[in-house]
Design a protein around this ligand. Structure first.
Ligand code: NAP
Length: 311
């Protein structure tokens, strides 16, 4: 069995896949990322308990935060709590914003050597003066549970994924859960960042979709959205994707996060109008946010098992 076949075989069984032309009739099915995330976290907790029984230690995740960005502090506290609930030991490292890059690199070298640590997460964004590329490159790829290291990105691009970026992997898990066809469909990804848009395109290619990637220089975003049977938007601009652009029956995954003037959290897609046309749609909040954390835990137990040479 090739590595790729093994990845496909290891995926959970999904209902018969459906595409835009056979989408459920009527208003879109709202995909419940929070519910699937709970299911994934239960699976992780069971695997973590098995790992602890076999190895005599819990899987470990080091969570590094530099500075006191408010949103980052909230995300980090969610991640630490999720670890605790799943039986994963969380090692917190909170560093001041003025931390020198050499100090952060020294901490990463120490975590790379620490046998108790299976995964290392450095919360982004980093304060100015610290290069995210240099920091990510320093993480041992076997402990890169965010899937951002060039080795893990490269393996995904070469169709032999190992540790997969959490948000794109979460999109794939949601699509499987709801029986949404990816093979052969026209998929559009809006946003081409290295942490969401580009790996998302690689995941969709791995699933054998025909992929278009839109970015800031895209001439006709509307046309690329209108043809999409599967749409993933990861920009962070509320209302960028108009509801009436959505292809009838399409599966819409809204990764974007921004705050409206009234303080409400929003995605990139005009949700209400889009839901009248789409076959499936993710809400914001309650869609990819919880899935991202669940896939982080899933990557941590995968990394722990791979390091320990156990299943
Ligand atoms: P990012 O690094 O800012 O990337 C945004 C991307 O969108 C860039 O590639 C940017 O291109 C592109 N873009 C900007 N305006 C555009 C336009 N009008 N049309 C098409 N593309 C455009 O952000 P990110 O880290 O990828 O995250 C994207 C969004 O997802 C953010 O809102 C973030 O908060 C959210 N997010 C959510 C989760 C979750 O768990 N739900 C996880 C990660 C990220 P240029 O770089 O050329 O400007």
């Amino acid at each position: 069995m090739s590595e790729r076949e093994a990845v496909t075989a290891a995926r959970p069984a999904a209902p018969a896949a459906r595409s835009a032309s056979s989408a459920p009739a009527g208003r879109a099915v709202v995909m419940d990322g929070a519910a699937l995330a709970r299911k994934v976290r239960h699976e992780v907790a069971a695997r973590a308990a098995g790992f602890a029984a076999r190895t005599g230690r819990r899987p470990g995740l080091a969570v590094v935060q530099v500075g006191e960005d408010r949103a980052s502090s909230v995300y980090v506290s969610y991640k630490r709590k999720a670890c605790q609930e799943a039986g994963i030991e969380s090692f917190g490292h909170d560093l001041p914003a003025a931390t020198a890059e050499s100090q952060l690199l020294a901490l990463i070298a120490e975590l790379n050597r620490d046998e108790r640590v299976d995964g290392i997460l450095v919360q982004l964004p980093l304060p100015g003066g610290l290069s995210p590329d240099r920091i990510m490159d320093a993480i041992d790829p076997r402990k890169d549970v965010d899937g951002f290291h060039p080795v893990n990105f490269g393996l995904l691009a070469q169709k032999r994924p190992r540790l997969r970026p959490c948000t794109p992997y979460g999109v794939i898990r949601l699509a499987q859960e709801y029986g949404i066809a990816l093979r052969g469909v026209k998929a559009t990804v809006v946003g081409d960042s290295t942490i969401v848009g580009r790996p998302m395109a690689m995941e969709l290619l791995l699933a054998e979709a025909t992929v278009t990637v839109c970015h800031i220089a895209t001439r006709d975003l509307r046309a690329d959205v209108e043809r999409a049977e599967v749409l993933v938007s990861a920009v962070g601009k509320a209302g960028l994707i108009r509801g009436d652009w959505i292809r009838p029956g399409a599966a819409v995954f809204d990764v974007g996060i921004s705050w409206a003037a009234n303080g409400k959290l929003c995605g990139d897609v005009e949700f209400e109008r889009a839901a009248e046309r789409a076959g499936w749609i993710t809400p914001v909040p309650g869609g990819l946010g919880p899935m991202t954390i669940a896939m982080l835990l899933s990557n941590t137990i995968d990394a722990a098992c791979a390091r320990a040479g156990t299943s």
